[in-house]
Structures are given as structure tokens and as C-alpha cells.
Design a protein around this ligand. Structure first.
Ligand SMILES: [Zn+2]
Length: 549
């Protein structure tokens, strides 16, 4: 393996409180080292050096991603890179597996988390993750609508919930606990939804609040590196801000960090109809800053995309609104899902509020608590991250976009965006794309350039101590001078120059499945697979890396 010296770069690493210092970085055997004899020297004079970016929430693998591709042949025909030395890369917003790895690397990103996999289909998720080159990845199994989750939540039995979580994460080769609309997907099997945290889930004695609380306690007691990752109830509808505030209250009661609310933008609307819908971002940002929770943005990008979520009832509502195509899926006793293509329009009052609300969060929440995301592909393509960063860094760019895209002026009444003067510094941005997601995920060797960290590095062709105008920032972020993954140069001047294979992280928690033996036996009566065929073995994964807790 080549050893590399990155010479005279301007380093930004909030984990080490380094903000724009001229430094040399040495890389050997895929790690950052103190010093070494370098086979290759990169002259980074006048360029900014940061750790590889981390996407905490992007639907990049699994059955619903694949179903979305099949549903949108019109989106998949776009050729991004012809095959040659590398594989052909295809896709408009949705992407093929090779495209996903290449496009992340082309932005200086080196890790991405698939945030919603049913354990029953985890084998499919891992097959696809294994087909994505370059980046490291992990998958979060879905727990929020699983019959056993409801049972242990109803009994408030944290011990059994712990055993169940450890068992299921091991079977899925997953990384943590994902919850989508707790109870709502089960209710959808009867054509219903749940509308509050304290409503009983049909057929069970548990409420969404009990599901969340028991899982949060289990995640703390198991010492999971990533705590509970939640898509709140009532997502995407006017009034959702209230439910989100109540969900934060549940975490506050527990008193220590245990809750990551994902794509917060979609969960933050005030009002009671689409006519008086507004943004609840100002109030929620205060709550987030004051309580032990973290969030990611879920920024909306104007244009077409294909939404996909385990939140079946929400997708039905969206299908009715968008008058679009629709897929609905039931995953036995675990979860469900839906897919609906949509277009976000700048001139639509609702879509404009969504766009503005995401940006409000990016500007109002402490960068130690928020991560940039589009909830790919739900809010839009992850390839828009340079665009989102530039919007957060430049008020002038925000004003230009509002003007040129003709963003509906209802945002003036319904959001606080226009009155926000904040312009994020590049140090803040590095936090929101590297330091903070690595901390939230408990990945100590990621998101920083400490000695011993993984040699995932991005070098951007601008000097962060002398910030250029927004046009040049955007261009530089879209075309890193170098992306280095595991100590290998994979991108030069925005183009893929080599390809390697990243790791798949999974969490091996101390398992005591004998405690729930009776319950496991009873549920497998209802599955279409036998217990022996359920789950994924470590040796089936290309580069599995277990994190033991
Ligand atoms: Zn999502």
C-alpha cells in the first residue's frame, strides 16, 4: 500500500479544534500516522484538507431502493459514466450501486448509512451494499412496528427488549435501532394510522411512546454506539411539529443522549391544514439545542425524485396528493413500506415551506447537533450536498436562489428563513458533515484526522482561511482535488481514478437470546422463512467489521 504525504494543506478538524492551520498529514497502511517515509507527496498548498464526509441517512440499498429503480426506468436511463476502466454508472436521482459509490467519492464523502432495512430482507440489503464501491457503510434494521417490539414495550420489559434488539441486530448484521412511525405501519395493515404518541397500537396494549421509551432505554443499557434513530409519528403533515416536540420530551425524561431524529424538516410543520401550514423550525431548534437529542436536516431539493419509506400510511397520503404511481408493501410481522415519485416545485407554497424549513434547521441548530442530509432520495439527491452547504454558507446565494427559482413568497409568512442572517463557517460545515455524524454514530476512527484514524480524506481546491465567493465554493465542493479512501487516492480533480471496497460495520451486542427463546419460537410460526434461514452470516459480507459492545 502506498504511503502518502499531504504537504502544506490547510487543515480543518473540529474533533482536534484545528481550524485552518497549515499542516502536513501522513498516511500509511490506510491510517493517519504521525510521520512516515512517503512514496507519494500531494502538494496541498492553498487547498483545504478535511476528513471524508459521512452521510448518516441515505436509502442506498435494499428491496425498496431496488423497487424504486424498477418503478422509475425514466430516471435510470441517465448515463453518468460509461464503462471503461470502471463500471458504468447510471441514474438521475436514483442511482445504480456503482453510481452511489462513485458519486459519494466525487464529493469527498467516504461513509454512508442505509437507515431502514427489514431484518427479514437484510440479505438483500447486504448484497447491494456489497455492490457499492469505495465507501464504508452500515444498515439500520427497523424495529418500530415489529410485533415483538410491541409485546416487550407493552410489558415495559427492558431486559427482554435488550435481548431482542441484540438478537435482531446480530441477525441483520445491522448497526443500530431504526424506528419509523412507531405503531403506524402496523395500524396501516388495517387501513389506519396512529396520530399521537399515547394512542394504543391496534391489537396491542402498547403506545408509540412506550415503544420509543423502551427502545431508548435498551439502546443505553446495551451501550450501542448509535442510539435510537427515529422517523417520528405524523411525518409530513401539518401539525407534525407538535408530535416531534413530544418525542423530544420523551428523550428529555430519560435524561441522557439516546435519540436521533432523522429528516427533521419533514417532521416540523405547524398548522392544521395544507392551507395554513407553516414551519415549526424556530421552536424546535430551541428544543433540540436544549435537550439531549440530535437531528439531520432532510433538506428538500426542487425537482423530481422518488420517495420511499417504511411509513406505508404516509406514502398512501402522498400518493393521493401527488396523483402519482404508488407501491405499497407489507413485510410480514416486521414492517411495511411505500414508494411514490414526486416533484418538489419552487412555486408551490407547501414545497417552498419545506425547502425553507430544512435551511432554517441548518442555520439555527448547533452544528454539534445537526447533520446535513436530504433523506436521499426522499428530499432529493445526495449529490446536492455541495449545493446545500453553499446555501448555508452564503445569504447572497440563498437570496439568488429564491429570486431565480421563483420560490413562493408564502415562505415570508410561514417561515423565518428570510430574517436569518447566519452564514455557516466552513468549520461549522465540517462539523455538520464529518465530526457530528461520526460522534452520533460512535465511529471513533471516522470524521477526524487524528493519528490512528482511518485515512479517509478530502482535499478541496480552495483556501478556507480566505473564503471565495459562493460560486467558487460550490464548484470546489463539487470537484475535490483529491478524495482518499483507506489510504488510496480514488478521486483526482473530481474524477474517479481508482476503485476499492469499503467496510460494512455491524454491532455485536452481548446477546442473551435464551431470555426470549419462547417469544422467538412463537413468532416464527408466522414467518414465511424458518428461523434457521433468517438473517445474514458475517462471512457472506465482503468486508464485514464487527464492533463489539
Ligand atoms: Zn429516510
Amino acid at each position: 500500500m502506498t504511503s502518502i504525504l499531504i504537504k502544506n494543506g490547510i487543515v480543518v478538524d473540529p474533533e482536534q479544534n484545528i481550524n485552518g492551520e497549515k499542516m502536513d498529514i501522513y498516511i500509511k497502511d490506510g491510517k493517519i500516522v504521525d510521520e512516515c517515509k512517503a512514496d507519494k507527496v500531494i502538494d496541498a498548498n492553498g487547498m483545504t484538507v478535511v476528513a471524508g464526509g459521512i452521510d448518516i441517512h441515505a436509502h442506498i440499498a435494499g428491496p425498496k431502493v431496488n423497487a424504486g429503480r424498477a418503478m422509475r426506468p425514466e430516471d435510470m436511463k441517465h448515463v453518468r459514466m460509461k464503462s471503461g476502466k470502471f463500471r458504468c454508472a447510471m441514474g438521475g436521482v436514483l442511482l445504480t450501486c456503482p453510481s452511489i459509490g462513485y458519486e459519494y467519492a466525487r464529493m469527498g464523502y467516504t461513509t454512508a448509512i442505509e437507515p431502514a432495512t427489514p431484518t427479514l430482507y437484510a440479505i438483500h440489503t447486504h448484497e447491494e451494499l456489497d455492490s457499492i464501491p469505495i465507501i464504508d457503510k452500515a444498515a439500520l434494521p427497523l424495529f418500530g412496528n415489529w410485533h415483538l417490539t410491541f409485546k416487550f414495550a407493552a410489558e415495559k420489559d427492558v431486559e427482554k427488549m435488550k435481548s431482542f434488539v441484540a438478537w435482531a441486530i446480530e441477525r441483520a448484521k445491522g448497526y443500530g435501532i431504526k424506528v419509523v412511525n412507531p405503531g403506524g405501519v402496523e395500524a396501516w395493515m388495517y387501513g389506519k394510522n396512529v396520530h399521537s404518541l399515547n394512542e394504543c397500537i391496534p391489537g396491542f396494549e402498547a403506545t408509540p411512546a412506550e415503544v420509543l421509551t423502551t427502545l431508548m432505554k435498551a439502546s443505553i443499557e446495551l451501550n450501542l454506539p448509535h442510539k435510537v434513530h427515529v422517523h417520528c409519528n405524523n411525518l409530513g403533515v401539518p401539525g407534525s411539529a407538535e408530535t416531534t416536540a413530544e418525542t423530544i420530551e420523551l428523550a428529555k425524561k430519560i435524561g441522557e443522549y439516546c435519540l436521533h431524529i432523522t429528516h427533521i424538516q419533514f417532521n416540523s410543520y405547524t398548522g392544521d391544514t395544507w392551507k395554513n401550514m407553516g414551519s415549526g423550525a424556530e421552536e424546535l431548534a430551541k428544543l433540540i439545542n436544549d435537550n439531549p437529542v440530535t437531528v439531520d436536516m432532510g433538506q428538500v431539493i426542487f425537482g423530481h425524485t422518488t420517495t420511499m419509506t417504511a411509513d406505508g400510511p404516509f406514502e398512501f397520503a402522498l400518493f393521493k396528493l401527488a396523483k402519482s404511481k404508488w407501491i405499497n408493501k407489507d413485510v410480514e410481522i416486521e414492517t411495511g413500506g411505500g414508494i411514490v415519485p414526486i416533484t418538489y416545485r419552487a412555486k408551490s407554497a407547501v414545497n417552498a415551506v419545506q425547502w425553507a424549513t430544512g435551511l432554517e434547521f441548518g442555520l439555527l441548530v448547533d452544528p454539534d447537533k445537526i447533520v446535513i442530509s436530504t433523506d436521499f432520495p426522499n428530499g432529493g439527491p445526495f449529490t446536492s450536498y455541495p449545493y446545500i452547504i453553499t446555501l448555508l454558507m452564503s445569504k447572497k446565494f440563498r437570496e439568488k436562489e429564491i429570486e431565480e427559482k421563483g420560490v413562493n413568497n408564502y415562505i415570508e409568512k410561514a417561515t423565518s428563513l428570510l430574517s436569518i442572517e447566519t452564514e455557516r463557517t466552513f468549520y461549522d460545515i465540517v462539523k455538520m458533515t464529518r465530526t457530528t455524524p461520526a460522534r452520533i454514530l460512535g465511529l471513533k476512527n471516522k470524521g477526524n484526522l487524528k493519528v490512528g484514524a482511518d485515512a479517509d480524506v478530502a482535499i478541496y481546491p480552495f483556501n478556507c482561511n480566505d473564503m471565495p465567493d459562493y460560486e467558487r465554493i460550490l464548484k470546489a465542493l463539487e470537484n475535490p482535488a483529491y478524495t482518499i479512501k483507506d489510504g488510496e487516492i480514488v478521486v483526482k480533480d473530481g474524477e474517479i481514478v481508482s476503485e476499492n471496497w469499503g467496510k460494512t460495520f455491524w454491532v455485536k451486542a452481548k446477546e442473551q437470546s435464551e431470555v426470549i427463546e419462547e417469544e422467538l419460537e412463537s413468532v416464527f410460526k408466522y414467518y414465511t422463512v424458518s428461523r434457521g434461514n433468517y438473517g445474514v452470516r458475517e462471512e457472506w459480507i465482503r468486508r464485514a467489521e464487527a464492533i463489539r459492545v
